[in-house]
Structure formats: C-alpha cells, structure tokens
Design a protein around this ligand. Structure first.
Ligand code: SPV
Ligand code: MG
Length: 549
C-alpha cells in the first residue's frame, strides 16, 4: 500500500517514532488503527505465528511473504526484522532487493552468527566478527535502489554479554560502513545499560531501542536520551495468545454463549478485511450473467379489497403471510434464485410492520396522497442497466423473470392473454390493447414477438382489452431515464388534470405512449398470480404449499 509518509521524512520530524510488532496484515492494521507511526515486522511474532522457534528456521521467503502482506495492508512505514540477513553478504544483497521491492521502508539486520537464536533465549548467543557484519552492511547499502530505503544495524553485544565498550565499538564501525541507524538491544531488567550506551553514543546517528524487559523507561526518557525509534516488538502476539487461549478455555467449559460479548464482532472482522470496499468495487465491476439488474417493489399503498380487511389491519398486502413467509419475501427469494440481489421495497402504510430480509427499504411517507408512479420513481434512486418494477400483491415464478430478462426493449410490460378465462376477480383490471392481437388460444407455444402497446388502463372495455397488465415491467436505463424526465417535466406543468404525483403506473405509461414512446409487451399465459381478495389468498397459499415457485 502507498505510504502516507516515508520513514526518512518521519525521522526528520525529530519526534519519537513508535513502531509496533506485527506478524500479519490483521495485526499490522491494528497497529495503524491505534495511531502508531510504523510497524515492526517482527521475527519473533512471525516465527511464533508459524509455531517454530525464532532461530532462522523460517526461510527468507517466509519472512518476505509476511512482510509484503504487512506492507500491503497499511499506509504507515514498515521496518522488517531480517535477523542476520538469512546467510552471508550474498544473501543480504538478495534480501535487500526483495524487501525493498515488497514495499517495506527499512530492514534491520543483527550482528549475530547465522543462524541466530532469539535474544531472550538463555544460553548460546554468538556474535559475528565485526568485519563480516560490516561487509553485510556495505552489501545492503549497495543493493538498495533508493536512498529512502533504510538499513539499520542491530548490535547484540549486550545480549551476548560482551559489554558496553564492545557495543560502542561496533556501533561506530557499522555507522562507518554506511548504516542509516543503530539498534542497540538489551535484555536487562533495568534501563541502566541502555541509558549508559545512549549517553556515550552522544546522538551520533539514528538510534533504535526495544524496551521489552526494561519497561520502566518512559517515552519521555527515551526522547531525552536521543532515541529516535522505539520498538514495541512482541506485545501484539502476546496479547493475542492470551486472549485467544482464554476464549477457547471458556468455550471448552461453558460453550460459546458467555464469551460472545467479549469478542470482536463479525462486523469488526469484515471491517479489517475491507469488505465494505469490496462491496463498493463489486457494484462497479462485478458483472453477472444477467447484468446489472435492480428490482423495485412499490408497497406503500393501503388500498385493499374488503375481504382482506381483517388480515391487513396491521400490515400492507406485501406482508401477507404465505405459508410462513411474507409475500414479498417469497418474491425476493425467487429473484435471488434468478441472480437478482439488488431489491428495493418502497414502504408507507404500516411501515413499522414491514420486515423483509435482503432488501433496501425506501420510505414514502406521502403514500396516502401520492400515487404508484411517485413511489416507483422514489424507489429507483440509483438506476441499474435494467430496472424491474413488481407490484406488491402478486407472486410470480422464476421462469417469468428469466423470460423478461431475455427481452430487450427500453420499456417492457408483462401482459397476460388469459384474463378473459380467468377473470373471476371482482376488480377493474389494468387492461392492455396491443398493435397485434393475442395469439388466440390459451394453450400455445412460447413465442417472442414484437408487440407494441397502444392503450393501457382500467378504462378499457373487455372488447378493447387484449391483455391484462400483470404488474411487472422492465425499464432499461434509457427507458427509466425517459419516464423520469417526463415525470419531472409533467410535475412542472400546471394543468387542470390530476397532479402527476398522484397518478398510477399505467396512467403514466399511457401518458408516455401518447407522447410517442414505444412500450412493448411481453406476452405470457402463466407464471404469476395476484392476491387481490381472500379467495386469491387461499388459492395462492394452497398452491404454494406443495409447489415451490
Ligand atoms: C523481534 O521482534 O523478533 C526482535 C525483537 O528481534 S526481540 O524479539 O524482542 O528480540
Ligand atoms: Mg527478531
């Protein structure tokens, strides 16, 4: 990830820089989130997370992978702990090229013999000869591509028990060889030897310390002593081990209930993963087979048939329970099966009782005075390539939606030719007159022909109406744009007629047809049902009891 400030710039600010140990992208992100200036890609943490000794058992490739994962996850500088450089000066040259290319800001190599053992492990701590380590520093300096990439030399003389004079002698030699800074390490319980080193060092260059054992030293003290970078090297992994272990122990004893409230939530995990950003990218780039499709279900209205009155006292028709699932939820599930996930429901009447999973809810508080067309325009606030409108009182099957998606036109209405045979509903239907008359029989093969709608509305007589509009329409981006623009224009017009904001969808479609726009029909003879009255409701419930549509 691009760094917001490089380490050299930070160092020139002359404030104490705190770099904190991490072993992967997650811990590095937590370092950054907590406001520290940089990350220490810690050998101890990385080895621990792999469950192997911190003794150069892991290869350079293992450490490089961890460092590049860390550098890719944060915008603060990363200093990589490169142990002894994974071998001799030849290995160091290769290592510098790789770590610089991985996007870390600095590497730190230590003057122990390869393979080293972690500094806190009692027993064998073997120092490399000064000349050998000087060679490694010179090799590292020459191998780097830019001056912004820093090489830190770590002195282990105090760890190995060789004393302060040796440490200072080595510090001078390493600076002379071109190191950008010195990391003086100590495992003493008190800061005394580090304080002494700093005093005698007299700020001769950038100085790093790691106060894991001499923790009484304060950041103020460090600044006074001329320390430039403090490494809080291993606190992250130690915190993680304790927290994970305690949680597992509790789960083993009591199960997962009591522990849950003390854990990070799943949404915190998603935040660390960057799921939010991924979802945004998905909207832009993830093209599905069916393309970018949105569905709007206007469900704000309160008009209902008397026979459903008791059932709908507390909810809109779309929330009618169909064998355990609200009607709209069924439709949303059907749409999901077709691959459509972007569904908006416009709510108004008894809005508080609308609970549907996997949809965006859009409020229309003016549902009593404003019409269906107004709700639809409100619902498609962010248009997709294709925008499907579905009335809230119908159920439909997957095949019908697939058929609709196969048809390419800017404004398409799904119309049913069987209404004369099935019309037992005591309501005025939204009838449709088309350019070409219906394919006569109820039973026919599926044909996909172009048929243009000439008239639509409740006012059409049965002899004029070839079809019934079923309450599903599909508008291309262009088609939706046309309707929106005409709607806006019509709003501004002062006329004696009905205000455009109170018109129904089909009234507005007729208005568009009259303006010369082409509206085409998708002719069907099955695949949907309306729940207009109690009889419809019983029929839908009994049909859907056995059959999944
Ligand atoms: C590391 O974090 O791996 C270090 C520092 O080298 S320490 O383990 O504290 O020596
Ligand atoms: Mg280390």
């Amino acid at each position: 990830m691009k760094k917001s400030k490089n380490l050299r710039q930070l160092l020139s600010d002359s404030k104490l820089i705190r770099i904190v140990g991490a072993h992967n992208a997650m811990t590095a992100k937590l370092v950054e989130r907590n406001g520290f200036e940089g990350v220490w890609a810690s050998g101890l943490e990385i080895a621990t997370s792999h469950g192997v000794p911190d003794a150069e058992i892991l290869t350079m490739r293992d450490c490089l992978d961890a460092s590049s994962e860390i550098a890719g996850a944060v915008s603060i500088p990363v200093v990589s702990d490169c142990d002894t450089g994974f071998g001799n000066s030849n290995n160091v040259i290769h290592m510098v090229k790789k770590f610089e290319a991985a996007g870390v800001s600095a590497v730190c190599i230590e003057d122990k013999r390869f393979p080293k053992v972690n500094s806190y492990v009692p027993g064998r701590q073997e120092l490399a000869p000064v000349a050998e380590f000087v060679g490694k520093i010179m090799a590292a300096k020459n191998a780097r591509q830019t001056e912004d990439f820093l090489i830190f030399a770590r002195i282990e003389a105090l760890i190995a028990g060789w004393g302060l004079d040796e440490a200072l002698k080595r510090a001078d030699a390493y600076m002379e060889a071109g190191a950008d800074g010195i990391f003086i390490h100590s495992k003493s319980e008190t800061p005394a030897e580090i304080i002494e080193f700093c005093k005698r060092w007299e700020k001769r260059g950038i100085l790093l310390i790691c106060p894991t054992t001499y923790k009484s030293i304060t950041e103020k003290d460090m600044q006074k002593l001329g320390v430039n970078i403090v490494i809080y090297a291993n606190h992250g992994i130690r915190a993680a081990i304790r927290a994970i272990n305690d949680a597992f122990a509790e789960i083993e004893r009591h199960g997962i209930v009591t522990v849950d409230s003390r854990l990070a939530s799943l949404s915190e995990c998603f935040e660390i993963q960057g799921m939010h950003l991924m979802k945004k990218d998905e909207e832009k780039y993830l093209k599905s087979e069916i393309g970018n499709v949105k569905v709007v279900i206007p469900a704000a209205g309160s008009k209902i048939d008397d026979s459903l009155k008791t059932l709908l006292e507390d909810r809109p028709v779309g929330m009618l329970d169909i064998n355990g699932r609200p009607l709209i939820q069924r439709n949303v599930d059907t749409l999901n099966k077709v691959g459509i996930r972007d569904v908006s429901v416009v709510v108004g009447y008894k809005r508080e009782n609308v609970a549907i999973k996997g949809v965006k809810i859009i409020e229309n508080p003016d549902y009593e005075t404003k019409g269906l067309m107004y709700s639809i325009i409100k619902g498609v606030d962010e248009p997709a390539d294709r925008n499907i409108i579905v009335y809230s009182d119908i159920v439909f099957d997957q095949e019908l939606v697939r058929k609709l998606l196969r048809k390419e036109d800017d404004i398409i209405l799904v119309v049913d030719r069987t209404y004369k045979k099935t019309h037992v509903r005591n309501k005025e239907l939204e009838l449709v007159l088309t350019e070409r008359s219906p394919l006569d029989n109820v039973r026919t093969i599926n044909v996909n022909r172009n048929n243009r709608i000439l008239k639509i509305g409740k006012h059409l007589s049965e002899s004029d109406g070839h079809y019934e509009f079923i309450g599903i329409a599909c508008l291309s981006r262009k088609g939706l744009g046309i309707l929106r623009e005409e709607f806006e224009k019509a709003k501004k017009k002062v006329s004696g007629g009905k205000p455009v904001e109170s018109v129904s969808f089909v009234e507005f479609i007729q208005y568009a047809i009259d303006k010369g726009y082409r509206v085409s029909a998708l002719e069907v003879a099955e695949g949907w049902m309306e729940v207009h009255n109690f009889n419809d409701y019983k029929k839908v419930c009994s049909l859907l009891l056995t059959e999944e549509i």
